[in-house]
Design a binder for this molecule. Sequence first.
Ligand SMILES: NC(=O)C1=CN([C@@H]2O[C@H](COP(=O)(O)OP(=O)(O)OC[C@H]3O[C@@H](n4cnc5c(N)ncnc54)[C@H](O)[C@@H]3O)[C@@H](O)[C@H]2O)C=CC1
Ligand SMILES: CC(=O)C(=O)O
Length: 317
Amino acid sequence: MSKNHQKVVLVGDGAVGSSYAYAMVQQGIAEELAIIDISKERTEGDALDLEDATPFTAPKLVYSADYDTCKDADLIVITAGAPQKPGETRLDLVDKNLKIMKSIIEPIKKSGFDGIILVAANPVDILTYAAQKLSGLPKNRVFGSGTSLDSARLRVEMAKRFNVSPVDVSANMMAEHGDSEFAAYSTATIGGKPLLEMAKEANISMDELYKIEDEVRHKAYEIINRKGATFYGVATALMRISRAILRDENAVLPVGAPMNGEYGLNDIYIGSPAVINANGVDRVIEVPLDDREKKAMADSAATLEKIAKDGMAKLQG
Ligand SMILES: NC(=O)C1=CN([C@@H]2O[C@H](COP(=O)(O)OP(=O)(O)OC[C@H]3O[C@@H](n4cnc5c(N)ncnc54)[C@H](O)[C@@H]3O)[C@@H](O)[C@H]2O)C=CC1
Ligand SMILES: CC(=O)C(=O)O
């Protein structure tokens, strides 16, 4: 395959996957998009529908495929798995989605794939951990969407509160993509100015900021209660991460990154900003945390570590 021809394989053509495919076609990222799902009718239908969009965007080969197509892919994006039902947490999905992940990684491995895997299926930090262990690929080449969507949600809320564009808010949700995540307010900035200073000047209290943090943490539940699923936000986050990989951007994005001593953590995937390029996670940016944030990071990591180890033991036992 020439350097100018990039191939992405999407595994999981449900609400998140098909929205991601649509975003990739809209943005003209990668020349080839293969779609895999247990429902062949769905992937065939989506490929036929999506190819009709390409005359208006950029030439792209979009097709329904089987796992042997993974062999020469640059990037595989995994969105296959059960979504939360109203009232369910992401962690409640762990056992069934770990089994699905195993059934996906085995044929990917068999195909001889040697590229990058980006995971979005939930609980994403645990499933990413499993995908890396089961695939045997280097840790930097398997990573998760992590807190990319949550950070976008935080930026949206800060933009509303401070009356600025969300594009100009630099703020991250960190740790688990889930109920134990936290807003890293101590390092957030707007136009280079610390967000906490701006809050003080605007008489926005810490209590109000913590209330917003909680709303961000629970936004998925609000969306699921209303429309049954969330997909446009995460699909766009996945498109953004894919672009950073395929165009070797060195973009600093919050993702579910492998820890190698950062925050005192090892052998775990967790939400943190990282440099994303053609190597996948090129390096983690270890953000300085205040005491509240340090404790939240440690507590969240402890939860993830336990569930990952128990889940893997069950899967392999
Ligand atoms: N990381 C994030 O920020 C977000 C993650 N998600 C997660 O993404 C996942 C997908 O969500 P939706 O698209 O809404 O669900 P969905 O039910 O619409 O789609 C799931 C797709 O996976 C396919 N699938 C199931 N088992 C499979 C297998 N063994 N091999 C191949 N395909 C298989 C199904 O046929 C279906 O097309 C869920 O786990 C959900 O929780 C959803 C939103 C945000
Ligand atoms: C479903 C999910 O993980 C989210 O929207 O954050």
